[in-house]
Structure formats: structure tokens, C-alpha cells
Design a protein around this ligand. Structure first.
Ligand code: ADP
Ligand code: MG
Length: 594
């Protein structure tokens, strides 16, 4: 952009908004608009995205049309624009048809520079026809992530925007969002059909956060966490994220035993207990909250000094969001990820549970049809446990996957489930574990091995008794679930352990009977969803094995090509050490020797 135009923009910034300078990303985005380049702007909340289209509107001839789902805010925005001398109006469901018609006439005669429009207006054919008569020079899509089904706030009405853009003469488009995931970003570009889009993305760096990965020996993570928390009395408050509810319950007990004021939070608790826990943590009564990913949204505690991950998160997005809850006050804070190679298995287990193979879904449907045909009244509902369903299948699948498969069949209208019934399993040793081991015959080698592994890894759980999930434990111990259950059942028969099997069942009614081969599922969508989940897990795992700056890796993952090394993560510190020793660059070998 030529200097004269730059000066003019700064002048307008001062006159209309009383700001002395642009914030990161704003000027570049406005440049793009003035050069007629379609642009996707990704800046964090509060970074000043609105100013980009508001200031551009002042320079452009004709009208800037702003699409926003936040209709409650439109009036305020318009009022404050009017106050600083920018003529603006809005059209949404809060105004009458007469008023809408009046405003449309005024818009056409050039009364306004900026017009806010709610996306659902584009369902109205008469309205769209009116739009054809308006000269629009900039089409701004605010909260643009609403167009993506992968985002957190999908609005089908946003899918109509690409048509709307054509109706108003295909002006330059600016899409704005604070959701920095590549997937959502690509989806915005695709769904709006943005041609040759430029992406402006900055401001997601968190310079006060110190990231590190801590390699942990199998079964030793809790010990390391306890060591860390007890070694520094002035640590401040923090969150420890764990992958499962049972792990959360276990960890909080150990921490409490070591005199650490810890509370636990997961979705299995009732609302009252969860509120109580949140309160304890917010007021500082509890130093640490041990939580599953259910904890965090809406937590507005600014002085969280650390976020520890006991288990590998499934995606970089989830990790950065959770870790990013540390240090909101800008003070130095740390984000530790404890890692062991086997961590991936728990995540894969969750992915498998979330994404059953389509063939399995069809097999389950087939099994349900056969079961129902045994009933006298085929329209009656049948009560089945997930285990019964699992047994009927040609390959072994986790029960969680059966739950998901039933959900999919329900969503597609093949079955309905009036009620779901579940209860957890329970396992507790009744004697000292060594004594129990001694009771196993020396010849039963594989039984011995499993019992040994179980004792090594889950001794404290076995002593207190816990919500034992055979599938999860089998994965962690790297043994077969059936073999594990055989050992547990044998020990229960000898009254050496107390074991209650889980009951996960459901009442099912068949709504549609078709050949299983004719069941109509979104196969492509299901496959794509599973593939994406694995890809994201791979990217999360590469974070662990990164040799370069950890924060830079995350920011680049989000597409910020200007990201630079943070200078304080474990890898940056190692790099600096090597450089201080005189090494120019560093090799993997050198790195590992640090
Ligand atoms: P976003 O939509 O990115 O979440 P907003 O557009 O609502 O953020 O702006 C957040 C705040 O930042 C507003 O109060 C706005 O006036 C202010 N702001 C925007 N640009 C600047 C700037 N260049 N200098 C100072 N404050 C700014
Ligand atoms: Mg905004």
C-alpha cells in the first residue's frame, strides 16, 4: 500500500476511533481489503477484529455488509458507530417487516456505510431479491467459524452465505474468527468459496507460558507429579488433567495423602459437587483441581500457575486450550505434559470408541433384527447389554464403540432407545497382593504374569478398590482383555478379590426394518471423521517428539507462519545451552545428551 493511503488510514483511526496505532494484524487485513484480496482473519477474542471492516468501510465506496450471528449485540454496535460518525444500521428478527422494508429503501439510496445482517435473513427469497439492487463493496462474515461443522458453534444458515455473496455482486470478502484450527479455517474458505484467499493470523502466542514435556516411566507418573508438587511450597494453584475419571479419583487421593489440598472434577459427578469443587478452586481453598477435560469452560481464574497433563491429549487444539488456562494474568506459568510411549493406546482406545467401523454398525443392526425376530411382538423393545451385543460380533470391539454405533443407528432413524442402563464394575483385593500371587499355581505362567503386571501397575487401586474398566486396563498392561478377565474371575472364585462386573445395557426398539446392506449411513463422513481423529493424534504426538520450540510448533500448527521460538520452553532452553557451549546448530544426538 502506498504511504499516502497508510497515512490516511491512521488519520481515520484517530478521528473516528481515537486510537493512536493499529493492533497486530489489523493493518495487514485492511491492506488486503483495499487491494481487493479475499481474506480470512484469525485473531484471538478481544484483538480488535471489528475495526478491520469498520475502518475499511469508511474508505470504500458503497456499502459494507456485515454478517453476524450475535443479533443481541447489533443494536449496540450500530449505536456506537453512529456516535463516532459512521452511519450504520442493522436488519434482524428483532425489527418488523415494515421497518425492514424502510431500512432497505434507505440502504439502497446510500444512507449507510455499514449494514449488519443476521444470517437467517438469507432464507427469505424476497429479501435476497432486494439485495440484488444494492451495491456492496465489502462483504464481512463475522464469527466465520459458524460455517464449519467441525467448529463449536455450527449455524446452518451460514451455508447460505456463498449464494448471498453472489447476489450482492461478488464483492471482496473478509471472514473473521477467533477459532485458529486449520480444519475450521479450510472449511471457512471452502464453504464461502473464497478465491485465492489470504490468511492473516497472529496473536495466539502466550509469552508467559513455559512449555515442557516430561518423559515418565510406566506407572511412575503420579510419583513424579507428587514430587513436583511437594518440592515447591510456593507453587501456586494449578490444574492436573487426566484421561479418565478413575484416574482422577485415584490421583486426588494420592495428592491428599501427601498433604496437598486437591479436589476432583469430572462429568460423572453431580452438578452440586461440581459447583462446590469449582468454588473451592476459585477461592484458593483448594490448590489443585484434578480433572478430566470436562473442567475448564467458563473457568475465569486468572492466577493459575500451572497446568499439568497426566495423559496425552487427543489433539493440539485441546492441549493448547487446556494448557492455555494457565497464566491468564500474564505472570510466568508452566505447562507440563507427562509422557510415556504407551499413552497413545488410551487415546486410540477413545478414538475407536468414538468411531466404530461401518461394518460393525451393520453387524450390530443385523444382530438386532435377528434378536427382535425371536420376540412374539416384533414392535416390542428388547433389553440388551453391550456385552451381549459385543459377543455377537465377528471381531472384538470396545463397548464404547457399541454405544456409539447404537447412537448412529438411532440418529439415522433405524432404532430408538427409550432407556439406557449402566453401572460400573468394581475390583478390590481382599488380601495382600503378594499373598494373592502366591496362591496362583506356578505352572499357570500367563496368569502369573498378568497378576504380576496388575499388581505392579495398579497396587494402590487394588488395595482401595476401584471402578475397574477391563478394556482400559488391558490396554495399559498390554494384555488380552479376555485373559485379564479370566484371572480376575478366578481370583474372585477363590474369594481373593471382590469383583463386580459392569452392566452397560440399553433398551432398543427397531423403527425401520431393511436389509442390513441397504442401511443408509454416511460412510464417507464416518471414514473421514475417524481418519481425522488419527491424524490429529499423530500431530499431538509429534509435539512430544519436537526438537524445536514447543510454542512455535503449536503456533505453526495453527498456521501462524511468523511464530518464533519462545525462548523458555524445555527445548529452547536446551538449544540455548548448546549454543552457549559453542555449538552453532544442534543435532538430535547432542539434544538427547542434554
Ligand atoms: P474481537 O472481535 O476481535 O473479539 P473487538 O473488535 O470487539 O474484538 O475489539 C475489542 C476491543 O479492542 C474493542 O474495545 C475495540 O475498541 C478495541 N480496539 C480495537 N482496535 C484497537 C486499536 N487499534 N487500539 C486500541 N484498541 C482497539
Ligand atoms: Mg468480534
Amino acid at each position: 500500500m502506498i504511504n499516502k493511503q497508510k497515512e490516511q488510514l491512521k488519520e481515520l483511526l484517530r478521528i473516528h476511533f481515537q486510537y493512536g496505532s493499529f493492533r497486530p494484524g489489523q493493518e495487514k487485513a485492511i491492506d488486503n481489503i483495499l487491494e481487493k484480496k479475499n481474506t480470512l482473519v484469525v485473531l484471538p477474542t478481544g484483538a480488535g477484529k471489528s475495526l478491520i471492516y469498520q475502518l475499511s468501510a469508511l474508505v470504500l465506496e458503497g456499502i459494507t455488509m456485515v454478517i453476524s450471528p450475535l443479533i443481541a449485540l447489533m443494536k449496540d454496535q450500530v449505536d456506537s458507530l453512529e456516535k463516532v460518525g459512521i452511519p450504520a444500521t442493522f436488519i434482524n428478527s428483532s425489527i418488523s417487516p415494515q421497518e425492514t422494508a424502510k431500512r432497505l429503501v434507505q440502504i439502497k439510496s446510500g444512507f449507510y456505510k455499514i449494514v449488519y445482517i443476521a444470517p437467517e435473513r438469507f432464507y427469505n427469497q424476497a429479501f435476497i431479491t432486494e439485495l440484488k439492487k444494492i451495491k456492496v463493496s465489502l462483504f464481512a462474515v463475522d464469527e466465520a467459524h459458524c460455517i464449519s461443522q467441525w467448529g463449536h458453534d455450527f449455524r446452518p444458515s451460514y451455508l447460505r452465505l456463498k449464494e448471498a455473496i453472489k447476489f450482492v455482486g461478488s464483492p471482496v470478502v473478509i471472514a473473521l474468527t477467533a477459532t485458529a484450527t486449520p480444519e475450521v479455517r479450510d472449511d471457512i474458505i471452502k464453504q464461502l468459496e473464497l478465491k485465492d484467499p489470504e490468511v492473516v493470523i497472529t496473536g495466539f502466542a502466550r509469552p508467559n507460558l513455559q512449555f515442557a514435556v516430561v518423559p515418565a516411566a510406566n506407572g511412575k507418573k503420579i510419583e513424579s507429579i507428587v514430587d513436583l508438587l511437594t518440592s515447591d511450597a510456593a507453587l501456586g494453584s494449578g490444574i492436573i488433567y487426566v484421561g479418565t475419571r478413575s484416574k482422577a479419583d485415584e490421583l486426588v487421593e494420592v495428592l491428599t495423602d501427601h498433604g496437598i489440598k486437591a479436589v476432583v472434577y469430572h462429568a460423572g459427578m453431580d452438578a452440586e459437587s461440581r459447583n462446590w469443587v469449582q468454588e473451592k478452586f476459585m477461592t484458593g481453598d483448594a490448590q489443585v483441581v484434578v480433572a478430566t477435560n470436562a473442567f475448564g469452560l467458563g473457568i475465569n481464574k486468572k492466577d493459575i500457575r500451572f497446568v499439568i497433563h497426566h495423559d496425552l491429549p487427543g489433539t493440539i487444539e485441546a492441549y493448547y486450550q487446556e494448557a492455555g488456562r494457565a497464566g491468564r494474568d500474564g505472570q510466568p506459568s508452566f505447562c507440563l505434559l507427562f509422557y510415556h510411549q504407551q499413552d497413545r493406546y488410551l487415546r486410540e482406545f477413545f478414538i475407536k470408541g468414538d468411531n466404530p467401523d461401518p461394518n460393525i454398525i451393520l453387524e450390530i443392526y443385523d444382530f438386532l433384527l435377528r434378536r427382535v425376530s425371536l420376540e412374539i411382538d416384533e414392535s416390542a423393545s428388547i433389553l440388551l447389554t453391550y456385552a451381549e451385543i459385543a459377543q455377537s460380533l465377528s471381531e472384538s470391539v470396545p463397548e464404547m464403540a457399541i454405544g456409539t454405533a447404537l447412537k448412529i443407528l438411532e440418529k439415522e432413524g433405524y432404532i430408538s432407545r427409550p432407556k439406557e442402563k449402566t453401572s460400573n464394575s468394581f475390583l478390590k483385593a481382599k488380601k495382600d497382593w503378594l499373598e494373592i500371587m502366591a496362591s496362583i499355581s506356578k505352572r499357570a505362567k500367563s496368569q502369573m504374569e498378568i497378576a504380576e503386571k496388575l499388581g505392579e501397575r495398579y497396587l494402590s487401586e487394588l488395595m482401595t478398590g476401584w471402578d475397574f474398566n477391563p478394556e482400559e486396563v488391558a490396554i495399559v498392561l498390554k494384555v488380552k482383555k479376555d485373559a485379564l478377565l479370566r484371572v480376575v474371575k478366578k481370583l474372585a472364585e477363590k474369594d481373593l478379590v471382590e469383583y463386580r462386573p459392569p452392566f452397560r445395557g440399553t433398551e432398543i426398539k427397531i423403527l425401520k426394518i431393511v436389509e442390513p446392506g441397504d442401511v443408509n449411513l454416511d460412510y464417507k463422513g464416518l471414514k473421514a471423521k475417524a481418519a481425522r481423529a488419527y491424524e490429529k493424534l499423530d500431530e499431538m504426538e509429534s509435539y512430544v517428539y519436537q526438537l524445536g520450540c514447543r510454542q512455535e510448533y503449536i503456533l505453526k500448527y495453527f498456521g501462524d507462519e511468523n511464530a518464533r521460538p519462545c525462548g523458555r520452553c524445555d527445548n529452547c532452553l536446551k538449544m540455548n545451552q548448546i549454543k552457549a557451549r559453542g555449538g552453532e546448530d544442534y543435532t538430535k544426538k547432542e539434544y538427547l545428551s542434554c
